[in-house]
Ligand binder design. Structure first.
Ligand code: PMP
Length: 426
């Protein structure tokens, strides 16, 4: 029996499902979750002292690799000065300046402690600012677990949204309209009927919660145009894609300016942080300057700000994203080549340091429907084969993968060698 097994047994007795966030429970791949005790660079070590090349990176934040010396040092320095005051600190302004300077659509920004808080607050702000209730989101996108966002489509595009979790009141869900990602016609049609009631469209500019699906040409442009036409707020949820697809996020890759942007993951350097920001005119609607309430005891926590700011400084260095994207390309091209050689129908996607793997006959996966038609059994067998070989991927066929700056030639080659062996067994 492994340590992870024992620890999971103990955890299940006292923590629901043994985990503090559901996807960690390995429900998507079966088997027992691995318990980790240490990370260094591209590697993480489990409680049985087995080392893995890590492509989860704490679900995105570890873009420099684990325990990056400068991030650790900056947190250590801050530790000695205290863990937080619940009062303003200079570093919060430095962080805000850095974010606004890096992502030009963000003229003002507010820090929160998670991605969920960021999206929830951005939605409330958009509703308060427009004085409208309805929001539009897309099937397969995830924006955290606030009530308004845990909603799936009703039977037709414009029917009332249906809660996709007990505990979300139908009276809340009915204000959320769920449309089809990468299908701008469905958006135009919906807006032709109820556009003047829509406070906001919220979208992952590269979808990372249904595997990794980049936007098709014209989709994001179309959302921008529809929001301009109907006076709705365009929210790019860049919790995953921010500082990950490019320094200035997916909005810089596709050259679209949203009204509001939500951030998380990389911005905290591994500490619990999120942020939302955008047009000054909209952001000034937030308390205490404006009437829309939003707050947080731990918001702008100095430890989290130090870790995040150091991370942002490191990834702002010239050539950082070119290197990250090149390593990601080597990984996905190499996997594709090896799958082909083994006669396994397979496709990949990638944007910056983010990638997707699909067991499918399709060459290009652009819709949620196509993702659901991928061969899940084959993914699960691949997953466990890779785990055996010391490669840690996200334990679900619906998650994106992440490459860090610490993933060099050696780690990528090891991953490709492992995949070659595993493909041969599928
Ligand atoms: N938005 C997106 C795009 C996300 O990927 C996530 C989390 N994976 C969230 C929001 C929610 O962030 P958190 O888990 O920090 O609440």
């Amino acid at each position: 029996m492994s340590q992870s097994n024992d620890l999971f047994q103990a955890a299940q007795k006292i923590i629901p499902g043994g985990v503090n966030s559901p996807v960690r429970a390995f429900k998507g791949v079966g088997g027992t979750p691995i318990f980790f005790k240490k990370g260094e660079g591209a590697y993480i070590t489990d409680e049985d002292d087995k080392r893995y090349v890590d492509y989860v990176g704490s679900w995105g934040p570890m873009i420099l690799g684990h325990a990056h010396p400068r991030v650790i040092q900056s947190v250590e320095e801050q530790l000695k000065a205290g863990l937080g005051f619940g009062a303003p600190t200079a570093i919060e302004t430095t962080m805000a300046e850095k974010v606004c300077e890096t992502i030009p659509s963000i003229e003002m920004v507010r820090m929160v402690s998670s991605g969920t808080e960021a999206t929830m607050s951005a939605i409330r702000l958009a509703r308060g600012y427009t004085n409208r209730d309805k929001i539009v989101k897309f099937e397969g996108c995830y924006h955290g677990h606030a009530d308004s966002l845990l909603v799936k489509a009703g039977s037709g595009a414009l029917t009332l949204g249906v809660p996709n979790s007990p505990g979300v009141p139908a009276s809340v869900a009915e204000h959320t309209i769920t449309l089809t990602y990468n299908d701008i016609e469905s958006v135009k049609q919906a807006f032709a009927e109820i556009g003047d009631q829509v406070a906001a469209i919220i979208v992952e500019p590269v979808a990372g919660n249904m595997n990794c699906i980049p936007p098709v040409a014209g989709f994001l442009e179309g959302l921008r145009a529809v929001c301009d036409q109907y006076g709705s707020v365009l929210i790019f949820d860049e919790v995953m894609t921010g500082f990950r697809t490019a320094l200035a996020g997916a909005q810089s890759v596709y050259n679209i300016t949203p009204d509001l942007t939500t951030l998380g993951k990389v911005i905290g350097g591994g500490m619990p942080v999120g942020a939302f920001g955008g047009k000054r005119e909209i952001m000034e609607y937030i308390a205490p300057t404006g009437p829309v309430y939003q707050a947080g005891t731990l918001s702008g926590n100095p430890l989290a700000m130090r870790a995040g700011l150091t991370m942002l400084e490191e990834i702002s260095k010239p050539g950082f994203f070119e290197g990250l994207a090149e390593h990601t390309r080597q990984l996905t091209d190499g996997l594709l080549e090896r799958a082909k050689a083994a006669n396994i129908p397979f496709a990949v996607s990638r944007v910056g340091g983010m990638f997707g793997l699909f067991f499918t006959e399709e060459e290009n996966v652009t819709t949620f429907q196509q993702v659901t038609e991928c061969n899940i059994e084959r993914f699960q067998a691949f997953y466990h084969g890779m785990l055996e070989q010391g490669i840690y991927l996200a334990p679900s066929a619906y998650e994106a993968g992440f490459v860090s700056a610490a993933h060099g030639h050696k780690e990528i080659q090891a991953t490709l060698d492992a995949a070659e062996k595993v493909f041969a067994t599928l």
